[in-house]
Design a protein around this ligand. Structure first.
Ligand code: SF4
Length: 361
């Protein structure tokens, strides 16, 4: 029995996890249909119901001022040239979200030293008191680490104060690749892998659910990707606080990091291996925002059970020239057409509504 056969046997018998060496073996295996089939097998074991989910929400970027200067970012501006949303504009965006049947917002900004601590507390309180039904999924670990350093407050205290002000969950942004060798090259001023994990650990201990992400294809190697998976799986074993894992490819920006666009083959292979390796994370999301709708839909057969957000507003990926939009009806059609009933969910994967599939169209 060769090594690939052994992995197959583990997946079919449910004898997971696979090891780091086995994950590397999968990366070096050229037949993505075989890997995708294994990922689909894991997906059906975790989600035997014939559904795939999505959320209606919008990304609100409260400020584009940032001093971190990641090499892949087209979004940030110098704090003295930036735009910071006033609370009236912010509330209008939330109101529009509610009108479109949205259940949450993803609140994220740059690391802007010009904003006082009270801005964040007031922002959360203002949104939550006007729209208590809206989930605030906000502030990635690098932002929390920035606040901790800038305002000289422990991470735990910031999280407690944000929760009191209305924060419901944390998005897993800013992870890129959780290997400091890679982080030093692509985002040297951002928090370290340990610091990213520390925020998530504290958040989980305080009862916050979070997602985890991975942006790959910046010139890292497979061992870096597997190290990233390992860090996520280990923390999940400890806390159980991750509700989903969302991998996507780096969107080429001014050729700073790589010369050519990442491939669909690499995306589907990595998505599939994430599903197999991260057996303890309940949901894997396909990223139509970065891969396009058709590739996102195909992802539902390569381990993903979720198509993410309708993304009423998105600014960060758009800033590097990639822009796809989708309506609620379209995301439901993509899911139905792939053979699933569509489930609208909240940011932390709570059930909202089911749209039954009548026929494949
Ligand atoms: S990716 Fe985020 S942290 Fe990095 S420069 Fe852009 S806004 Fe700043």
């Amino acid at each position: 029995m060769d090594r690939f056969d052994k992995i197959k046997e583990k997946v079919y018998s449910g004898d997971l996890p696979i090891s780091e060496e086995e994950a590397i073996e999968l990366f070096n295996h050229s037949n993505i249909l075989e890997i995708g089939y294994l990922a689909d097998t894991v997906r059906w074991k975790i989600h035997p119901e014939k559904t795939a989910s999505f959320v209606i929400d919008r990304n609100i970027n409260y400020t584009d001022g940032c001093v971190t200067e990641c090499l892949f970012c087209g979004f940030h501006k110098k704090p003295e040239e930036c735009t910071t949303l006033d609370f009236d504009t912010l509330l209008k965006k939330v109101e529009e979200t509610v009108k479109l049947e949205g259940t949450g917002i993803l609140l994220q900004g740059g690391m802007n030293p010009k904003l006082p601590y009270s801005f964040y507390i007031e922002m959360l309180k203002t949104i939550k008191s006007a729209f208590p039904q809206i989930d605030i999924h906000g502030f990635s670990p690098p932002e929390i680490q920035f606040f901790s350093k800038h305002f000289k407050k422990p991470v735990k205290q910031i999280l407690e104060e944000f929760i009191d002000a209305g924060l419901d969950s944390i998005p897993g942004g800013g992870a890129e690749i959780l290997s400091d060798r890679v982080r030093k090259r692509i985002s040297p001023k951002k928090c370290t892998s340990d610091q990213w994990i520390e925020v998530m650990r504290e958040a989980h201990k305080l009862g916050l659910k979070t997602t985890a992400t991975m942006m790959f294809g910046t010139g890292e190697d497979y061992t870096d990707r597997v190290e990233h998976f390992r860090r996520i799986r280990e923390l999940q074993e400890e806390t159980g606080g991750f509700v989903a894992f969302i991998p996507w490819t780096y969107q080429i920006y001014r050729g700073r990091l790589i010369k050519f666009e990442n491939t669909g083959y690499d995306y589907l292979k990595t998505l599939s291996i994430a599903r197999i390796y991260l057996h303890n994370i309940p949901n894997i999301q396909a990223s139509w925002v970065t891969q396009g709708k058709k590739m996102g839909q195909i992802g539902l057969k390569f381990g993903a059970n979720d198509l993410g957000s309708t993304m009423i507003e998105e600014n960060v990926v758009k800033s590097v020239g990639v822009s796809h939009t989708i309506s609620k009806e379209e995301i439901i059609r993509l899911i139905h057409n792939a053979g699933f009933d569509a489930v609208q969910r909240r940011n932390t994967y709570g059930f909202v509504k089911i749209y039954k599939r009548k026929q494949a169209v």
